[in-house]
Design a protein around this ligand. Structure first.
Ligand SMILES: [Zn+2]
Length: 483
């Protein structure tokens, strides 16, 4: 009774197998992979049989939280790493939870393919159980992340998810929102690279909508291409935020809520509120800069583009670092991750690339390229290859809706430049044979569009951006907002 995977899902599955902890691979995806991932290699607790098999470890909470385990994780705390000495004073502003285990995260060579997470990292339980207490203990991490310009530049440890990530190291951690039945939670991998030099903390989040796959690959390629010895600052990548949706190929959470309308969340609200709150307090608040990666929704595709609140100077400034990227001003809706992040002082944008449920090489390449240019612009990396000058193009935009139901056929392609009155496509009525043209309302560029499909009257079919001279004023409305 095997499902035949589509090429895209198969590719994705293989990619995920290469680096995800086996525990996050779910029945939906993993029917075939179960053969590859034997139970004894699973360090976490996802399957019932695994829980039964791993009883000794799981049943002993002390193994997770005692200082002994920390000692095991880091038997020789300070060898040949002078920066570590500098961590003590500055780590204080991270205010780790009293009594919570803070183990030094194992350094992982990012060139290696998918070593199974080591035992010391097996603290998803700790992350889950402290989810309620941690937030109050980490009120303002943001400001402390980047050192004052005047002080001597010294990279510091990053305390994240109960682990201490030393400068010059990379590791995999897990985030567990703690919303599921104890022992059945599904920890979400968090990739961390702490550069040997100080700099801003850049966060990359993918698949907040579980069916938006391009961002997962953009995060993977970006993070695994980094060398902590050559990085200034930190990069935190959460490739699949909405693991439950991802597993079901769904945009939404299991309760059908849109996670990206619930940030920053609350610890006492709905499922979505709690997941949002957990991510926001445990991960996002550590970020100085945030790129939240999405795709179009409802079978619409997007030219790689940023959605940014250009009314916020720091955000407008950040967009200038993205090479060859369209920028659409959008103040964002309440509850979006980027909106909530900006509200607490994090410089955040949404990056849109392509359509949902697909892995699209061109879109992925564009996203990776542009994020690399951003890191270069921020002084985080210095690559040998030559970038074009970062040249974002700013757009005011509007959506053109179909006035008729029928089958949509487009005459234009994503990225095309169109003139006012130009026919963008037709809606064909399959019964009457009527052909209803859809025309451009203005000159501009097609920055988003529906793929050919059956539509009803009112369906937003084409997103046309009109070049804007300067980043200001509002444009993008809420309608097919896919962020
Ligand atoms: Zn999205």
């Amino acid at each position: 009774m095997h499902r035949r995977p589509t090429p895209a899902s198969w590719l994705l599955t293989v990619a995920l197998l290469l680096w995800l902890p086996p525990a996050v691979i779910t029945p939906a995806l993993a029917q075939d992979e179960e053969d590859l991932v034997e139970a004894e290699t699973i360090a976490e607790d996802e399957e019932v049989t695994d829980i039964e098999a791993s009883q000794p470890r799981q049943d002993d909470p002390a193994a997770v939280s005692t200082p002994d385990s920390a000692a095991e994780a880091n038997p020789a705390p300070d060898p040949a790493r002078p920066e570590q000495n500098a961590t003590a004073p500055t780590a204080g502003d991270e205010t780790p939870v009293a009594g919570a285990a803070k183990v030094v995260a194992p350094n992982i060579d990012l060139k290696d393919v998918a070593p199974v997470p080591e035992a010391p990292v097996a603290e998803p339980e700790a992350a889950g159980t402290t989810a309620d207490t941690l937030p109050t203990a980490t009120p303002t991490v943001t400001g402390g992340a980047s050192p004052a310009p005047a002080s001597p530049p010294v990279a510091t440890s990053l305390t994240l998810l109960n682990a201490e990530v030393l400068p010059g190291t990379a590791t995999r951690l897990v985030w567990a929102p703690g919303i599921q039945i104890a022992g059945l939670s599904q920890p979400t991998p968090v990739l961390v690279v702490n550069g040997v030099n100080p700099g801003p903390t850049l966060c990359l989040t993918g698949a907040i909508h579980g069916d938006e796959l391009n961002g997962i690959e953009i995060v993977r390629r970006t993070v695994y291409d980094l060398d902590p010895e050559e990085l200034s600052g930190r990069v935190i990548g959460v490739p699949i935020v909405n693991l439950q949706g991802f597993q079901r190929g769904s945009r939404y959470l299991p309760d059908r809520r849109d996670l990206n309308r619930h940030f920053p969340g609350t610890p006492t609200g709905s499922l979505a509120d709690r997941i949002a709150y957990s991510l926001f307090t445990q991960v996002i608040k550590h970020c100085d800069l945030l790129v939240d990666i999405h795709t179009g929704s409802l079978r619409r595709t997007n030219l790689p583009q940023l959605r940014a609140d250009m009314n916020v100077p720091s955000v407008a400034d950040l967009t200038r670092g993205f090479d060859r990227m369209a920028v659409v001003h959008s103040t964002g809706a309440e509850g979006m991750l980027r909106t909530a992040a900006v509200a607490v002082g994090i410089t955040a944008v949404t990056l849109e690339a392509g359509e949902s449920l697909r892995i699209q090489e061109h879109q992925i390449e564009a996203g990776v390229h542009s994020i690399n240019s951003l890191m270069e612009k921020q002084g985080m990396i210095s690559r040998m290859f030559v970038w074009g000058d970062p040249e974002p193009v700013y757009y005011n935009s509007y959506w053109i809706r179909s006035e008729h139901g029928g089958i949509l056929f487009s005459d234009i392609e994503l990225g095309d430049r169109v003139n006012k009155g130009q026919i963008l496509g037709y809606v064909a009525d399959p019964i009457t044979n009527a052909q209803h043209p859809i025309r451009a309302i203005n000159d501009g560029r097609v920055i988003g569009m529906a793929v050919d499909q059956v539509v009803m009257a009112g369906f937003a079919a084409y997103h046309v951006g009109a070049r804007a001279a300067t980043p200001e004023e509002t444009s993008s409305d809420d309608s097919p907002e896919d962020q």
